[in-house]
Write a protein that binds this ligand. Structure first.
Ligand code: ZN
Length: 296
């Protein structure tokens, strides 16, 4: 892991997989924008913060996904710092039962096993109309970009650096992505369109890039997600059950599914594309002899 300087007091930690921005209030105190993934990043993040004698005095999350808020509870406990998050995302990670509202295809026991570490109490709630948040005297502007998750936000530091979170992915990630995740694809596409209006001096995309201009990246992202939806739609050549769609897409996209957890994730990812194709009228669904099938 290494620290990259972006502009002014805005930096980011390059974990290898992700850029995690932070705002340096002074030589010691920092505000983290997201906290990374617990499984793969907790040790490295702890070490890099300690080696630089940094103390986290606040955390603002773009959204409550495992690779973005995975170390919230851990850092809150370690540094006794407040956490800020949108109301909806804060509600989701408030308890295992609430996590089940979002991760509905996992059982409660599976949620404890895979996502239990995400459970945390959020101290500052960001409402859907709030356009800024002040933490430790530092004001961050907010752009609401729901879709990737229920209430995803982008954050703009006082240095005019926009942290885009997962509202966009980099070209490299697109090249390797088989089926990038969106909670509600249609809303995610609308939020991507909103990003055209941003006029910041730098942009940080979590997975993973730093840009002076994101106009082309936005266009490419919109095109890429729509193309993936189209490819999935094209695979539904005959009436198919959800399971048949999962298997057809798995084979065509060469997605390895080795265990129940991965299967559940892939099915969840696929569902948002199927909902998008259904809502836009590209595919239809009907029940025949008690079996739900998707068809053109
Ligand atoms: Zn995410």
């Amino acid at each position: 892991m290494e620290i990259k300087h972006i502009k002014g007091q805005t930096f980011c930690i390059d974990t290898g997989m992700t850029y995690i921005p932070f705002y340096k209030i002074d030589n010691e105190n920092i505000i983290m924008l997201d906290t990374g993934w617990a499984d793969g990043e907790k040790e490295g993040l702890t070490a890099i913060l300690e080696n630089n004698h940094f103390k986290i005095v606040g955390i603002i999350n773009t959204h409550a996904h495992i690779d973005h808020s995975g170390n919230d509870a851990y850092f809150k406990e370690k540094y006794n710092c407040p956490i800020a998050m949108t109301t909806a995302e804060a509600m989701i990670c408030n308890s295992a039962i609430n996590l089940k509202l979002y991760y509905s295809t996992l059982s409660l026991e599976e949620i404890f096993v895979h996502l239990g570490h995400m459970i945390c109490h959020v101290d500052m709630l960001i409402t859907p109309t709030q356009d800024s948040i002040e933490m430790c005297g530092i004001t961050f502007k907010i752009l609401h970009t729901p879709g990737h998750s229920p209430a995803h936000i982008c954050l703009i530091t006082p240095d005019d650096v926009a942290y885009i979170g997962d509202a966009l992915i980099s070209r490299d990630v697109m090249d390797g992505a088989k089926m990038p995740y969106a909670f509600i694809l249609a809303e995610d596409l609308k939020s991507k369109e909103k990003l055209y209006k941003l006029n910041c001096s730098q942009y940080v995309v979590a997975h993973k890039g730093i840009y002076d201009n994101i106009t082309e990246l936005i266009t490419n992202n919109i095109r890429f997600y729509k193309l993936r939806a189209e490819m999935i739609g094209d695979l539904i050549t005959t009436p198919m059950t959800l399971e048949e769609v999962v298997q057809t897409v798995r084979k065509s996209f060469k997605i390895p599914i080795k265990d129940v957890y991965k299967y559940t994730l892939i099915e969840r990812m696929l569902r948002s594309y199927i909902e998008y194709l259904s809502d836009t009228g590209i595919i239809k669904k009907a029940v025949n002899n008690g079996i739900l099938r998707y068809y053109k």
